[in-house]
Ligand binder design. Structure first.
Ligand code: C5P
Ligand code: C5P
Ligand code: ZN
Length: 510
């Protein structure tokens, strides 16, 4: 049962959304929706697009890599567009919006921390933080877009499953057994009620619907199985030893094809193996967790399991096929799905090539006192550096270092893309990468910009300023971790460590 103050928070959040709805309903001409090109941004765009279509509001959707100043300035040249919606971005870029777009009607549906408040009444900023929801794990861009859609028309509750895809892709499954909590929980319940979603406890190997079981095991990095993760031959051997038939006729079976008995056998084998290899009981047991199924999608497709769906969208966004991804989120199929599958194969190939460069002893990797840098140079696409370091930091050798991982990649416009990733335990110790990066970027000057969450942040800086950035980040992160250490020493030693990522504005999770 929620408390009175929690009810007030929710009411306040919905009231703000209603303000935004009023402004969109009054729109004259086309509403231009600008969204992020990651899976959370693409699902946001799909949910908003579908809702505006249903409401007979004229709209266009576009994906951008980030709402950087040059992009905001470019948007301001579109004089015939009076209404913009920004989703999964914008909250951290209100300074630029104030500067270039304060004469337009702006609706921001974002979950990133807000640095500068809007300076005009025509800029409506819907954000979870003022209502005591933590945007890093209690609601994502797609979730905020979902609440917008549902408040506009209750029929849009059928978009709940797509919103869950976005939240999972942003790694918001920080609840018990990898579940979604808080505002995300409301969306899960709506999805179940609408008959578009199921939530079950199952084996959390990646690719439950589409991959051969040994491949799912090979590609899963969370949990990380020393000796199995990343090693196909060992996974084939491991699966053979379980005695579980891998094929039915000449068709390879997937996790979804396993019987209850076979599922139990596999879980037991993985538990025993994990413990033998020195995994903690908690890590070993994390093989079982919450999985989310889009019940209206065909079994055996990439759209049936919410986490696989997210990774399909991410591939499309990162390789420039945003139209295909948004179309799929809005319910279009036909050839789109086939095209998306081809893109995903290409994307996976690139990821595995790139990951080979990310090892602790690689010439691309340099360790500082408080961080590790991976320099992707001009070898790694700037749209993929974030994904690469997200995977790398969840592998054992990097996680064991207990330092955030900073990835950089050169772009062909004279800038460098920076992506930073932390871990739950580091955030619990005081790490806030968004804050550290913003500070480090400010010291470079006005031609650099960055921001993000405590656990994941990004920036774009001019080529040649990388070293300065690393040094500034190194100092900022040291202060964050030391300060927290000093504070926790002051407090009573009986206080339990918080494991999930939180900021000071975090609402207690039930
Ligand atoms: O812009 P946005 O908030 O949508 O992106 C969040 C990013 O942070 C995603 O790329 C997500 O995968 C990443 N993330 C991560 N590890 C976490 C939490 C988030 O890599 N533990
Ligand atoms: O780009 P990347 O995936 O590394 O971004 C990590 C997080 O930082 C995302 O949530 C992204 O939206 C955010 N970010 C930001 N401002 C930037 C770049 C990234 O808020 N200039
Ligand atoms: Zn997001």
């Amino acid at each position: 049962m929620s408390t009175d103050s929690e009810k007030q928070d929710f009411k306040g959040f919905i009231a703000k959304i209603k303000e935004g709805i009023d402004s969109v309903k009054d729109a004259k001409g086309t509403v231009l929706c600008i969204s992020h090109i990651d899976a959370d941004g693409l699902t946001s765009a799909g949910i908003i697009g579908k809702a505006l279509h249903r409401a007979n509001i004229q709209y266009q959707v576009r994906g951008v890599r980030q709402l950087e100043l040059p992009i905001i300035s470019e948007l301001s040249m579109l004089k015939n567009i009076k209404n913009f919606i920004f989703s999964d971005l914008g909250g951290g870029q209100i300074e630029g919006i104030n500067k270039y777009l304060s004469d337009r009607n702006i609706l921001i549906l974002d979950h990133h921390p807000v640095i500068t408040p809007p300076k005009s009444k025509s800029i409506i900023n819907v954000n979870p933080f003022p209502y005591n929801y933590d945007g890093s794990h209690q609601v994502s861009g797609s979730g905020i877009s979902y609440f917008f859609a549902k408040t506009l028309d209750p029929k849009n509750i059928d978009s709940a499953a797509i919103a869950v895809v976005g939240a999972l892709a942003d790694r918001q499954d920080k609840g018990e057994k990898n579940s979604l909590t808080d505002l995300n929980r409301i969306i899960v319940k709506d999805g179940i009620k609408a008959g578009v979603l199921e939530e079950n406890m199952d084996i959390r190997l990646f690719g439950r619907e589409t991959r051969r079981i040994y491949q799912a095991l090979e590609y899963t990095t969370d949990p990380f199985y020393p000796g199995l993760t990343g090693d196909g031959d060992m996974c084939i051997r491991f699966m053979r030893d379980t005695g579980i038939p891998q094929q039915k006729g000449d068709k390879w079976r997937t996790i979804q094809d396993l019987s209850e008995e076979e599922r139990r056998t596999l879980v037991q084998a993985l538990l025993t193996y994990g413990l033998q290899m020195g995994m903690s009981a908690e890590d070993a047991q994390s093989i079982l967790g919450k999985v989310y199924t889009l019940t209206n999608e065909k079994p055996g497709t990439l759209l049936r399991d919410a986490r696989e769906f997210g990774s399909l969208l991410n591939s499309c966004g990162r390789l420039g096929a945003t139209g295909i991804a948004i179309g799929i989120c809005m319910g279009e199929r036909k050839f789109l799905l086939q095209e998306a599958e081809t893109i995903m194969k290409e994307y996976r190939k690139k990821i595995s090539q790139f990951l080979e460069l990310v090892t602790l002893d690689s010439e691309h990797v340099k360790e500082y006192n408080n961080l590790i840098v991976f320099d992707g140079k001009d070898v790694i696409d700037d749209t993929m550096i974030g994904t690469i370091i997200s995977i790398a930091i969840s592998t054992k050798s990097f996680a064991d270092k207990k330092k955030p991982l900073i990835g950089i990649a050169e772009s062909n416009d004279g800038t460098v893309k920076v992506s930073c990733r932390g871990t739950g335990p580091l955030v619990a110790m005081g790490l806030d990468l968004g804050l550290a990066l913003r500070g480090a970027v400010e010291s470079i000057g006005s031609n650099a910009e960055g921001g993000g969450h405590n656990i994941a942040a990004g920036a774009r800086i001019p080529q040649g300023t990388e070293q300065l950035l690393f040094e500034n980040l190194n100092i900022a992160i040291e202060k964050q971790l030391k300060k927290d250490e000093a504070e926790s020493k002051k407090q009573s030693s009986t206080k339990k460590a918080v494991k999930k990522p939180k900021t000071t504005t975090t609402k207690t999770t039930k």
